[in-house]
Design a protein around this ligand. Structure first.
Ligand SMILES: *Cc1c(COP(=O)(O)O)cnc(C)c1O
Length: 407
């Protein structure tokens, strides 16, 4: 380990709250395209993209220049004033999606909080302050963020257990079970919140037919449909937005991760009557939608659209999946679930962490979920050769990890 890295690790261990435990022992100083360079002088191939953030890889010139130019002119000003890059980004999102209006914040969790506030506020405005419609139906195994309310919406106990009492008004049902959802509906339900593809818990897509039925039920029962597209948005699934992949339009959807090209930004997107849920003063933010973040996001989203990277994500995602099944003969892979470049590789043996470690030793970055799922989220700019190289590394990593597992 190089001196700089060990110094940084010592500082982290001493001064940072211990939320991340023993991190992977590397510190990146620089990035270019799909590659990262550490303080050790080594080159790493990034197949995790900062958890689906760096859709354009690292150091994309359009994004870097937009940030530099905006930083030279003006980094921040309050939402008390009109903001050019904010207005232009809002237009770009609305003209390329079903959204009619947007609101910018700083993270995925904050975007989901905004979406839930908008849903409740909408029914209060429409039906009066004592309306009963304030319950959210969410899915088990979902992930919606780490504020107390988004952790409440999240369908995994480990994210909530230390933080009780939780926010009232949430119920959870199983993914792709329309009967359970139907049973959970009563006249208190204001919205159903779904990830088009559950990411954090291991890449579990909604069935197309289920998504269609949920939309129908929401229409019949006067319930809003909210899609958490913090991870599925901005090209990741092979469509610009995950709702297009599913073929079902939500009333509200949220964006964050890939939106800002690496600069923190979140977005609440809404269409139809629900846009009237917020009146002046109902919601707000200090940093959200500031000139710098919106300039970065505009450049990033525009580049993704102009380069048609959603289509590349679809092609490369199919390619990686095909290549993974071509090593099926070693029987280590149980299933590959994917939409575009949102990929979950489920192993038939519980060695996911070991495979991730072997890949890291070969200088590939991926994620893992639980004992047996690898999470692969490359930048959307990867080529077929990158897919082939990854397959070869993956095959070797699985072989090595299986050998140790049997020792
Ligand atoms: C990452 C993620 C979030 C939380 O986003 P933060 O920016 O970490 O708050 C919420 N929902 C989904 C689906 C995510 O993948």
């Amino acid at each position: 380990m190089d001196n700089k890295l060990s110094e940084i690790i010592d500082l982290d261990k001493k001064y940072y709250l211990n939320t991340f435990g023993d991190r992977t022992p590397v510190c990146f100083e620089r990035g270019e395209g799909i590659y990262l360079y550490g303080t050790d002088g080594e080159k790493y191939t990034d197949f995790f993209a900062g958890i689906a953030v760096n859709a354009l890889g690292h150091g994309n010139p359009a994004v870097v220049n937009a940030i530099k130019e905006q930083a030279d002119k003006l980094i921040h000003c309050s939402n008390l004033y009109y903001i050019e890059s904010q207005a232009r980004l809002a237009q770009l999102i609305c003209e390329n999606s079903c959204a009619e209006r947007v609101f910018f914040c700083n993270s995925g969790a904050e975007a989901n909080e905004g979406a839930m506030k908008l849903a409740r506020a909408y029914y209060k405005k429409r039906d009066g302050n004592d309306t009963k419609k304030n319950t959210f139906i969410c899915l088990n195994k979902s992930f919606h963020g780490r504020t107390i309310t988004t952790a409440t919406a999240t369908g995994q106990d480990k994210y909530k257990q230390p933080y009780t009492p939780l926010t009232p008004g949430f119920v959870h049902v199983d993914i792709n079970d329309i009967e359970q959802l139907e049973k959970a509906i009563d006249d208190t339900v204001c919205a159903v919140i779904l990830e088009p593809i559950q990411g954090e818990s291991g890449v579990y897509p909604l069935d197309f037919e289920y998504a269609r039925r949920v939309r129908e039920l929401c229409n019949e029962k006067d319930i809003l449909l909210i899609f958490d597209e913090v991870q599925t948005g901005v090209g990741r699934t092979g469509r610009l937005f995950g709702y297009q992949y599913l073929g079902v339009e939500p009333d509200i959807f949220t964006l964050a991760k890939a939106l800002g090209g690496g600069v923190p930004i979140g977005c609440v997107c809404a269409r139809g009557d629900v846009v009237n849920g917020f009146a002046p003063g109902d919601h707000g933010t200090t940093f959200g939608g500031n000139p710098l973040a919106c300039a970065a996001a505009y450049a990033s989203l525009k580049t993704i659209i102009d380069m048609n990277l959603a289509e590349n994500a679809e092609r490369m995602g199919n390619k990686i999946t095909e290549l993974m099944y071509s090593i099926y003969d070693n029987s280590a892979i149980r299933q590959v679930r994917h939409a575009g470049l949102m990929i979950g590789i489920e192993l038939s043996v519980p060695i996911a962490a070991a495979v991730r470690k072997e890949l890291f030793d070969m200088h590939y970055l991926v994620g893992s979920v639980g004992d047996s799922i690898l999470r692969v989220l490359p930048p959307l700019i990867i080529t077929e050769q990158d897919c082939v190289d990854f397959k070869n590394a993956f095959k070797l990593a699985v072989r090595k990890a299986s050998v140790y597992a049997h020792c």
